[in-house]
Design a binder for this molecule. Structure first.
Ligand code: HEC
Length: 330
């Protein structure tokens, strides 16, 4: 009886914790409709998608986000986007060399005159960083440092689906509108325009037009976006302080300093795939998942071989056990 009581108390506690989690917070990240090819025991990365993902990172994200833990040569490692069995050593892979050389980096070693030059990167170099340091990054991004993306897949719960949902989850164009909060005022003499304060305009989001994930939840009211802050339903945060409406039914998510990045057709895929927002988000999320766990392919094939080996060993041991003890009464 006592055990039963402890059990029910425990369960009730869990349920309260679960419901507290459901209220507020961010929308639950979801995976693309076709799922992730690299999940499950035998799942592997889709190489074509990794290549497209690298293209998205290179052409869009790399202007703000570093990936300091990656070297260009990693792109040609087994399981990597540009792995080619003909070049087991990625340093020899001409494609990897060409990709590296597209990036000018500040040479880590001084030249003969003792200066640091810019030079094309080689496969041995780490990915080019967009800013020399965090302060420069902060200054260029309204006070927020764009995080390094090397291990973002591991640093966020449900990493690939989170990146996918975040990037493709900014609201559609039609929910935004502008409203004047302070009229333009004309200080001083009528024909002197230099001391006029401009009208203050605020960006607001009509929450009733939001469609978040696959949910059919309806919100009534307006979300106010401060300058340099962008609403995203998947960003952990709290929208209540900026919500004009019933605070108990505020939309999920929060605000971040990253403007929406993916607009259909922003990259032109070299393999001819149509660059929809979902496609780009899918590819770059898969690329970041690979970057966070580049040895997954090896680990899984080794893991499978070990399981098969152990299985066979178990069967053999079982039969030898039966054989050895066959004449012993037990
Ligand atoms: C114009 C600069 C800029 C570009 C381009 C950009 N980002 Fe960001 N990103 C930021 C900033 C700034 C932040 C930090 C936002 C904050 O914390 O408020 C951020 C944050 C993030 C985060 C972390 C959100 C979190 O959970 O904290 C992810 C993931 C991300 N960006 C992915 C990407 C990807 C993928 C691309 C390319 C498709 C990209 N970003 C392009 C500026 C940029």
């Amino acid at each position: 009886m006592k055990a039963f009581r402890i059990l029910t108390a425990g369960l009730a506690g869990l349920m309260i914790a679960a419901s507290a989690h459901a209220a507020g917070g961010a929308a639950h990240p979801h995976e693309p409709e076709e799922g992730w090819p690299f999940e499950g025991v035998t799942g592997q990365f889709d190489q074509a998608s990794l290549q497209r993902g690298y293209q998205v990172y290179q052409e869009i994200c790399s202007s703000c986000h570093s990936m300091k833990l990656l070297s260009y040569r990693n792109l040609g490692d087994p399981g990597g986007p540009f792995y080619d069995p003909e070049y087991p050593n990625p340093n020899d892979n001409p494609f990897v060399k060409a990709i590296a050389a597209q990036n000018e980096i500040l040479s880590p070693t001084p030249n003969d005159a003792g200066d640091f030059d810019f030079r094309p990167a080689t496969p041995a170099d780490t990915f080019r960083s967009p800013y020399p340091n965090d302060n420069a990054a902060r200054a260029a991004n309204g006070g927020a440092v764009p995080p390094d993306l090397s291990v973002i897949y591991k640093a966020r719960h449900d990493g690939a689906s989170y990146v996918y949902s975040l990037l493709s989850g900014y609201p559609d164009e039609e929910v935004y509108s502008e409203r004047v909060v302070a009229e333009a005022s004309d200080g001083g003499t009528p024909d002197d325009e230099s001391d006029d304060t401009p009208a203050q305009v605020q960006t607001v989001i009509d929450a009733s037009k939001l469609h978040i994930g696959h949910g059919d939840e309806h919100y009534e009211g307006y979300l106010i976006q401060n300058p340099g802050q962008y609403y995203n339903p998947y960003m952990p945060g709290d929208t209540v302080p900026q919500f004009e409406g019933d605070p108990r039914h505020a939309p999920p998510g929060g605000f971040l300093a990253m403007p929406p990045q993916l607009i259909a057709g922003r990259v032109e895929y070299s393999d001819g795939t149509e660059a929809t927002v979902e496609q780009m988000a899918h590819d770059v999320a898969q690329f970041l998942a690979w970057a966070g766990e580049p040895k997954q392919t090896n680990r899984k094939s080794l893991g499978l071989a070990v399981m098969v080996y152990l299985g066979i060993l178990t069967i053999l041991l079982w039969f030898s056990y039966k054989r050895i003890w066959r004449n012993v009464e037990h």
